[in-house]
Design a protein around this ligand. Structure first.
Ligand SMILES: N[C@@H](CCC(=O)N[C@@H](CS)C(=O)NCC(=O)O)C(=O)O
Length: 246
């Protein structure tokens, strides 16, 4: 059986990492049996989660895991799509990966209150005298990565602006379709959903979350994906009122 290594459920989500969520949904789309364990990125062949162990073969990176699932088990997660549809779905996924997901990550990691409620909690069992330094060390590492990627060079307002551009594009693209490319989910739905759910979880407060939950089409899409792929998970977007400027 395939063993999926990820971050685990927390923060109002069935899995804290959108990339691990993507792989988990791909495994579910493919109808493959798997078990899941929590792992540190250092255990992975690529130094990041997700990675899978398939009969002793370790495969890292959600896209290479997808290639493995499709190649090894004869499934095509975009089987219903035309070549144009496949290219479009890939472009939408890339938009989320390179613009929306980094913005979500920024507010998780570099907003002091969210860091304390989120990644900072990983150090709760560390000796009290070392805790602050360990937390600072991890946050500094992540900040360096985010500066290198560019996202942490922008003001918060600019980051939200970039994210809202993606949210608007997703809303227009989804339109009245239940899933990204039509009546059934395709491979790209996995990561798009994972990123939106991570943006909307009420566990973290941020100006990006405030904007994301103002898109009823996207809120409904996230609920639909939860119903399809995590039917036992109690998703609560914590939305009592949707206010959106015209
Ligand atoms: N390209 C990778 C990205 C995975 C990724 O960014 N994983 C993060 C967790 S969401 C991670 O392991 N970060 C730890 C690190 O980079 O050291 C994929 O698609 O799997």
């Amino acid at each position: 059986m395939i063993v999926l290594s990820g971050g685990g459920a927390a923060w109002g989500l069935p899995e804290i990492s959108p990339f691990v969520t993507k792989t988990e949904i791909h495994l579910r789309m493919a109808g493959l049996d798997y078990s899941k364990r929590q792992a540190h990125p250092d255990e992975s062949p690529k130094g990041q989660i997700p990675f899978i162990d398939d009969g002793g073969r370790l495969i890292g990176d959600s896209t290479f895991i997808r290639f493995h699932i499709e190649g090894e088990y004869g499934v095509d997660l975009d089987g219903d799509l035309t070549p144009f549809g496949r290219a479009t779905a890939m472009a939408i996924e890339m938009m989320c990966e390179h613009e929306l997901a980094p913005a979500v990550g920024y507010f998780r990691w570099l907003t002091p209150e969210n860091f304390e409620r989120g990644p900072g909690m990983w150090f709760n069992d560390a000796p009290a005298e070392m805790r602050a330094e360990l937390k600072r060390g991890l946050q500094d590492e992540v900040r360096k990565v985010m500066i290198a990627r560019g996202i942490a060079r922008h003001s918060e307002a600019e980051i939200v602006g970039l994210a809202v551009r993606s949210l608007k594009a997703l809303e227009v693209f989804l339109d009245k379709k239940p899933f990204l490319m039509g009546d059934e989910p395709c491979g790209a739905d996995a990561f798009v959903f994972a990123t939106l759910a991570a943006a909307m979880t009420p566990y973290f407060q941020s100006p990006l979350r405030d904007e994301a939950v103002k898109f009823p089409t996207l809120v409904a899409y996230v609920t639909r994906m939860f119903d399809r792929f995590y039917p036992d998970f109690e998703w609560d977007a914590g939305i009592t009122e949707i206010k959106r400027a015209a």
